[in-house]
Design a protein around this ligand. Sequence first.
Ligand SMILES: CC(C)(COP(=O)(O)OP(=O)(O)OC[C@H]1O[C@@H](n2cnc3c(N)ncnc32)[C@H](O)[C@@H]1OP(=O)(O)O)[C@@H](O)C(=O)NCCC(=O)NCCS
Length: 181
Amino acid sequence: MVLHPVQLRPARVSDASRIAQLSRRLIEQGLPWRWRPQRVARLLAAPDHLSVVAHTTDGEIVGFAIMQIIEQRADLLLCAVSPAQRRRGIGRRLLGWLERCAITAGTSSIRLEVRKKNREAQSFYRHMGYSVVDRTPYYYSGREMALKMIRRLPGPNNDQWSAARRLIAQAIDEAVNKPPR
Ligand SMILES: CC(C)(COP(=O)(O)OP(=O)(O)OC[C@H]1O[C@@H](n2cnc3c(N)ncnc32)[C@H](O)[C@@H]1OP(=O)(O)O)[C@@H](O)C(=O)NCCC(=O)NCCS
């Protein structure tokens, strides 16, 4: 199989349907579908949420991540990469993008919940510097245990500031130039 280059860009409200479908298939399998297009669209438009997608040169979305900033803390809500594109560093780039924005926003930690049986995602998050701090039985639809994982963020240094400033400028440009819905 030929793997094409993948680029990142801020998510748009018009991506909501594709993100919701990917979430249902890749994250919520076996659970009720909670991240439906309308809900995802609301988050993509909300000023306290950061979101990013990975897309191929022909525009197909193959990964995404959404984070909510709550003052000093951020919650990673969703993160997934299409199976055919995994282990190419796309998850690392998506999460790294959000982490740099969170650092610029003055966030000191990021937390997330992951299904206990999802060993692959736990390995990924551990690789990204997250540690398990708690367990919540029956968290998912009263059925499955969640592990809570946290990463403490470093303060911004000069390199991170310039990288984050570039990303924010790109996000603002995207928001200003996007066609009216
Ligand atoms: C978790 C997920 C986002 C990782 O995406 P990815 O693009 O494959 O991750 P990367 O290629 O950036 O991996 C970075 C590192 O994480 C670790 N890692 C990633 N996937 C792993 C796996 N299946 N098993 C063990 N370690 C893994 C590795 O250390 C990897 O580095 P390496 O490939 O050099 O060994 C992807 O597997 C996924 O979409 N899973 C289904 C959805 C999901 O569970 N999301 C999280 C819950 S919201």
